[in-house]
Design a protein around this ligand. Structure first.
Ligand SMILES: Nc1nc2c(ncn2[C@@H]2O[C@H](COP(=O)(O)OP(=O)(O)OP(=O)(O)O)[C@@H](O)[C@H]2O)c(=O)[nH]1
Ligand SMILES: [Mg+2]
Length: 456
């Protein structure tokens, strides 16, 4: 075989994507979102499952797979051993054999026992949605903190599986008359190793996070308000950060292009400075462990004075995506933040002569203060900047203070939380003109000589 042929062979093998078959299921006993469907009709729910599968196709593609087929089943409840019905699983398995499928991916989380039984039936690798999302995150993580967080989530996903596997093995060991102790000690040592690694990662993460907290405190010293860009994955968050600040954040038409937060200064037309952070996108059925693992990264969101919730108006499931984002925001404790809805990708809509569009109108009705933009063409960006300025204005109050010199703690505190515009230390009291966030107002109430909030 010549060198070229060999090289071509290797390259084809290297570039041949994994062939993937995806499986969804719908249960009468439990709607997919955990809340009863709005309509009772089967049709609405079937649409839901098709959407969810369409997203799974995108996730599989992001992970480097090529989806060659899909199937779904409606059931009363998940089958304990095989998740979907055994007959259905065998039918899908026959299709997979004919089509040389390498990996089967289920849209819901499988128990370890279900995975094993299904692997036997399909005779190939079986993954669930959680494992797939974890895998994508593992591929994408760039920073040390990102890598540690994802490894932690993966190990935590693994640990209970080891436990259950252990139960399974010990039963088997008893059955064939082996001394139970052997399987037990092997698994216990596996579990111990996983646990040790989890502990080590947790310690390392602590160190990394302390460094980040220091950096954050450094930025806070400027006392600029913080705004965070949030939204469903692929909505255009990084594109918006770039458009607003001239940053060069990584933008790509894939899910979870961004994992690690990027913060840039944004100078508003009013000359006010804002720190703007772009961070990881959200998705439906985001594995809980992952939200936990990324809580530190999402700290930027929790600390923000203002959220920019970016939505892709050209996406058919835009309202469901908004819902999914709100669920995660509530989970991390940022559900009540002041939020600007940013209706992005306006350029992808077919607008009628008056610039209107059915989908856009509905969004505007549901979110009256939303700003429609295109992060790629720049349309609407000026209006968005104006809205950000308006929203942040109450974030700084103008005050004039007189503080006795001996109250040095108060003066130090003022420098810490306030933006000093003018100061003078002559005379019996130090004088300051400052802007401070409203929640610090009461601390300085005793020293105020002019309160910018009140009409003169
Ligand atoms: N037509 C159009 N495409 C856009 C617009 N904004 C973003 N995109 C495209 O949408 C895709 C995703 O953009 P990103 O900025 O990476 O999206 P993201 O929200 O940061 O995505 P993740 O980091 O993956 O969660 C890219 O292909 C962008 O070019 C827009 O206003 N109009
Ligand atoms: Mg991004």
């Amino acid at each position: 075989m010549g060198y070229e042929t060999l090289k071509a062979l290797i390259e084809t093998r290297k570039t041949r994507p994994e062939r993937v078959f995806i499986v969804g299921a719908e249960f009468k006993s439990r709607s997919r979102t955990g809340v009863p469907p709005v309509t009772n009709g089967q049709d609405a729910r079937s649409t839901n499952i098709r959407d969810s599968l369409a997203e799974l196709v995108e996730l599989a593609a992001t992970a480097g797979g090529e989806v060659v087929g899909d199937g779904f089943q409606k059931l009363d409840a998940p089958a304990p051993a095989t998740f979907i019905g055994k007959g259905k699983a065998e039918e899908f398995a026959a299709f997979c054999r004919r089509n040389e499928v390498d990996t089967v991916i289920f849209d819901d989380e499988l128990s370890p026992a279900q995975s094993r039984t299904l692997e036997e039936i399909f005779n190939c690798k079986v993954l669930d949605r959680t494992a797939l999302i974890l895998d994508i995150f593992a591929q994408r993580a760039r920073t040390r903190e990102g890598k540690l967080q994802i490894e932690l989530a993966q190990l935590q996903h693994l640990l209970p599986r080891l436990t259950r596997f252990w139960g399974h093995l010990s039963r088997q060991a008893g059955g064939i008359g082996m001394r139970g102790g052997e399987g037990e000690s092997q698994l216990e040592s596996d579990r111990r190793k996983v646990q040790e690694r989890i502990d080590k990662i947790s310690r390392d993460l602590d160190t990394v996070r302390r460094q980040r907290a220091t950096q954050r405190a450094g930025r806070q010293r400027n006392n600029w308000p913080l705004a965070s860009i949030v939204g469903y994955t692929n909505a255009g968050k990084s594109t918006l950060l770039n458009a607003l600040t001239g940053a060069q954040a990584f933008v790509k038409d894939i899910l979870f292009a961004t994992l690690d937060p990027t913060t840039r200064r944004l100078r508003l037309p009013t000359n006010q400075n804002v720190l703007l952070t772009d961070t990881v996108g959200f998705i439906r059925k985001l594995p809980h462990g992952l939200v936990e693992a990324f809580k530190a990264t999402l700290e930027e969101v929790v600390q923000a004075d203002l959220l920019l919730h970016v939505v892709d108006v050209s996406h058919p499931q835009v309202e469901e995506q908004i819902q999914a984002v709100n669920v995660v925001l509530a989970e991390i404790g940022a559900g009540e933040k002041p939020t600007i809805m940013v209706l992005n990708k306006l350029d992808r809509l077919n607008l009628d002569g008056t610039g209107a569009n059915g989908a856009l109108n509905r969004l505007r009705e549901n979110h009256p203060h939303a700003v429609a933009i295109s992060a790629t063409t720049g349309e609407g960006i000026a209006a968005l900047l104006a809205e950000i300025s308006t929203q942040l204005r109450p974030k700084r109050e103008f005050l004039e203070l007189r503080v006795p010199h001996e109250q040095s703690a108060v003066i130090a505190r003022l420098h810490q939380v306030g933006q000093i515009i003018e100061s003078s230390y002559r005379g019996p009291k130090a004088r300051f003109k400052v802007r401070i966030p409203p929640h610090h107002h009461d601390e300085f109430a005793a020293f105020i000589v002019r309160d910018g909030r009140k009409a003169p």
